[in-house]
Design a binder for this molecule. Structure first.
Ligand SMILES: CC(C)(COP(=O)(O)OP(=O)(O)OC[C@H]1O[C@@H](n2cnc3c(N)ncnc32)[C@H](O)[C@@H]1OP(=O)(O)O)[C@@H](O)C(=O)NCCC(=O)NCCS
Length: 460
């Protein structure tokens, strides 16, 4: 059977072994870097937890997850949670750093996980991406360069197999720019005072119905797959992410409180899904909170219908919806726009690993030629690159050109520009991008900025 590009990268990464420089850097501190074996395919995982627990790799994978939970301040996972996580670790590349001198030497003191995914870039296309997750260092071992050794080594491992970009979401935002990552798609949390808002959204012809947890779990990946290309910044959620949304992952927070709703259009096709829970008010039942954990809609009609469903819910005070755009159409469905409060944070981080492959993957809004002088904090890909975009919006990159650079920037700012949500003129004003003339920044914005604000609908 022919492999998809994603499977090819998966296999190459897993076959690639550890980065020798990272192994050596950690060995000088008396630490050992190891690959944690994970199942290659879903078919390698038995259906029953009792059978998973008998697998030879189960103890090592479980200890790795115990360390991840400890690092993220989560409670100790139970056996059921561990077997579910073992099953979810299909095609993952997980590494651990071990200190033989600790009281529990089987538990890694450093963890770093990754999986291969597709990042949506402008033009309704994707680029293969190295997605990073579960980066933790035990509180007993912090600030000694362990995270840096893992990050540098794993980025080199991704480069070695030809992955052109890396992506991650963060718990702390001050850490990752030093490695070349840029906050590229923000996340806006909308809180709306329902009674004050005066919802004016359009009427729709389809119908809204409750669905079961299992029906949602079945429908959600398919709907996401239909819509992810229209949203730069999205990646493909793994089965574990869908289990978390559905509350079907053992140990999922708030699972019993979740409700699931679908929107079907007049033709009967599912065009929208919402997952939410209700938050009781201490003293006033008419001020119950409506907390949305996910809303996915394939078109404007489904979007309006889902918001109408939420607004028409009785006994609701405030509506909270995280991981949305700043420029949501719902603002224009409110008679009183001040009923909405929007808080914005950095969310999807992108790091270019191969400048030519990354810049050539996307479509551009305008023709033009720009010469970039790119520096790289980790020395992964740097130099002078010419990007020439033709009238159809396709770009061709030439390396090592001798022309004078129009724009000088590091991998961080170039990564921020890649998916179209960051303005070059803003970066110039912030002193993060230098250009030979004001016209260059305007030209970059005409080429790179997208009409659709980049967005990522989940954490990973
Ligand atoms: C974040 C974490 C992985 C860092 O591990 P660490 O081994 O202490 O990090 P390092 O010693 O390798 O430090 C790497 C660099 O990041 C900086 N850094 C590390 N933690 C930082 C923090 N919390 N805030 C700001 N900077 C931080 C260090 O100063 C260092 O900078 P330098 O190399 O430029 O001097 C660790 O503190 C941790 O596990 N935190 C809890 C879990 C978590 O938040 N993980 C991150 C998920 S996004």
């Amino acid at each position: 059977m022919t492999q998809t590009p994603q499977e090819q990268f998966d296999n190459a990464l897993r076959a690639g072994g550890l980065d020798a420089a990272a192994v050596a850097a950690l060995a000088t501190r008396g630490l050992e870097l190891r690959l944690i074996p994970t199942p290659a395919r879903a078919g390698d995982v038995p259906a029953e937890s009792a059978d998973i627990e008998k697998l030879p790799d189960f103890p090592a994978v479980s200890d790795w997850y115990r360390s991840v939970s400890r690092g993220f301040l989560d409670p100790e996972p139970d056996e059921k949670g561990l077997s579910a996580r073992f099953a979810a670790a299909v095609s993952r590349r997980n590494i651990g750093v071990f200190d033989a001198a600790t009281a529990q030497p089987q538990l890694p003191i450093g963890t770093f996980g990754s999986f291969v995914t597709e990042l949506t870039v402008p033009g309704e296309v994707t680029i293969p991406a190295f997605a990073i997750t579960a980066v933790t260092v035990a509180a007993t071992h912090r600030r000694r360069g362990i995270a840096r050794a893992m990050m540098e080594g794993e980025l080199r491992a991704a480069v070695a197999v030809g992955l052109p970009v890396a992506v991650l979401t963060v718990s702390e935002s001050s850490i990752y720019q030093r490695y070349g990552f840029a906050p590229s798609a923000p996340a806006a949390t909308w809180v709306i005072d329902r009674k004050r808002a005066g919802f004016t959204g359009p009427a729709t012809l389809g119908r809204v119905d409750y669905v079961s947890r299992e029906q949602f779990r079945e429908l959600a990946p398919k709907l996401h797959d239909r819509i992810r290309l229209s949203s730069p910044g999205e990646i493909i959620p793994t089965p574990m992410h869908w289990d978390r949304f559905a509350g079907t992952l053992p140990g999922s927070k708030n699972a019993d409180a979740l409700r699931f709703v679908q929107y079907r259009d007049a033709a009967g096709d599912v065009q929208g899904l919402v997952v939410y829970s209700l938050r009781e008010h201490d003293t006033d039942y008419s001020k119950t909170g409506f907390d949305v954990s996910l809303m996915m809609t394939a078109n404007d009609e489904a979007y309006a219908a889902m918001w109408r469903y939420i607004f028409e819910h009785d006994l609701i005070g405030d509506i909270t919806m995280p991981l949305r755009s700043v420029d949501e159409p719902v603002r224009w469905m409110l008679a009183d726009q001040r009923a909405a409060t929007v808080t914005v944070v950095d969310h999807q981080y992108v790091r270019i690993l191969d400048v030519a492959a990354a810049l050539e993957s996307r479509a551009y809004g305008s023709a033009g030629r720009v010469v970039f002088e790119v520096t790289d904090p980790l020395g992964i890909d740097a130099g002078r690159f010419a990007l020439a975009v033709d009238e159809s919006g396709r770009g061709v990159v030439t390396r090592d050109v001798s022309d004078e650079a129009d724009a000088t920037l590091s991998a961080v700012e170039l990564s921020a520009l890649l998916i179209g949500g960051t303005s070059a003129q803003t970066l110039v004003s912030a002193g993060r991008l230098s250009v030979t003339s004001v016209g260059v920044a305007a030209q970059l914005d005409a080429m790179f900025l997208t009409a659709t604000e980049p967005r990522l609908s989940f954490w990973y």
